[in-house]
Write a protein that binds this ligand. Structure first.
Ligand code: SF4
Length: 78
């Protein structure tokens, strides 16, 4: 199976209602994928996201989460 196309890959999701604007996730992201947009964190550079999860772990309000995708591959019958 080939690599999943970039546009099909998920990126972290920020729940604006939970975000307190502390900026910890932006500081923790090693690839600079996150940025503050006003008082809320946002995935400003989705192509830079490597899904490390530092943002999700450091967030004090559980405002940022990483969705995962389950892909079923047909099994070959031998
Ligand atoms: S760490 Fe959480 S609360 Fe702080 S800016 Fe990021 S998403 Fe918002």
């Amino acid at each position: 199976m080939g690599e999943i196309e970039r546009e099909e890959r998920p990126v972290p999701v920020v729940d604006a209602a939970r975000c307190n604007g502390c900026g910890l996730c932006v500081e923790a992201c090693p690839t600079g994928a996150l940025a503050m947009r006003g008082e809320t964190a946002a995935v400003a550079r989705p192509d830079a996201c490597q899904y490390h999860g530092y943002c999700e772990r450091i967030c004090p309000t559980q405002a940022i989460t990483r969705p995962f995708m389950i892909i079923f591959q047909p099994r070959s019958i031998e």
